[in-house]
Ligand binder design. Sequence first.
Ligand code: FAD
Length: 320
Amino acid sequence: MSETIERIKCLIIGSGPAGYTAAIYAARADLKPVLYTGMEPGGQLTTTTEVDNFPGYPEGIDGPTMMVQLQQQAERFGTQVRIGMVTNVEFSDEVGGIHKVTVDNSTKIEAETVIISTGATAKYLGIPSEQKLRGGGVSACAVCDGFFYKNQDVAIVGAGDTAAEEATYLANICRKVTMLVRKDYMKASKAMQHRVNNTKNLEVLYNTEVDEVLGDTVVEGLRMVNNQTGKKEEIAITGLFIAIGHKPNTEIFKGQLDMDDTGYIITKGKSTKTNKPGVFASGDVQDKEYRQAVTAAGTGCMAALDAERYLATIETEVTA
Ligand SMILES: Cc1cc2nc3c(=O)[nH]c(=O)nc-3n(C[C@H](O)[C@H](O)[C@H](O)COP(=O)(O)OP(=O)(O)OC[C@H]3O[C@@H](n4cnc5c(N)ncnc54)[C@H](O)[C@@H]3O)c2cc1C
């Protein structure tokens, strides 16, 4: 007996702000979306306590609550939210073709359109004291959390363009920023280095790494080590920002979708279209520039509209 494979009009992969916003729009357009949450239901915002910059929450909101509300909004219009991890995809090259998707290595699904919202994971140093104080003063997002450290002393780890950008961003808000660079040079562009070096309250320490983040429940200080001399030094800080890069969650799409050299999905022009017809990408998985909840939500909306228009075009061609 041949197995019956479920056919879905609009499959959404990922349950962050991009995925749920795509679901709200797709459900209201009657695309009957099915959304798979992945290993982190609610996405990156479930790892933060305070979201102060998402429009519509004048008092701010904690990340997990905001994501539950987004899920409820998506479900209100009929989105089916399912726990599960997409483990394999076979995207069609044909306009109107059917995309084959496997969930949890077992369940097969066929989808007319797919919206990828699998996000990007911030890299951390991986040392125990850093992991213990994540959300207690250790953050991977200066633009998100810098404001909480207004007029305080903070440190940032990293040496690339993003680290340099975030260090100068923090220097505008905080009293003093100490930037730890592992090598004896910065990877950031000359222009960014110039900005860093010309920022008065920003001190760069080369050949310097984190030895331990100090504090029991919140960050109180940092023990640094010079990797050339072995000399250790402690400074008092209230916030530690890790800016050593992000890894886009795109492993399963490799070889099928166009990506840049760091694995972010490339979308066409101002749209969310990928190189495969009927496959769209939204949120951090296709955006290494802004990486904010509101921009992820914005592109989630775009992806649902792009999917709806794609399906409408196909139906018009079939009936013409
Ligand atoms: C500590 C921290 C604090 C932050 N604070 C703020 C803030 O205050 N304001 C702000 O605007 N932004 C903040 N951000 C950034 C914000 O969280 C992201 O920009 C936003 O969550 C990106 O949304 P997304 O939907 O693209 O992806 P994500 O939120 O990363 O969600 C990705 C989703 O995809 C799922 N997934 C991945 N792979 C698969 C798969 N194979 N199958 C199924 N599902 C899969 C995951 O389970 C997850 O649900 C913060 C980020 C961090 C790390």
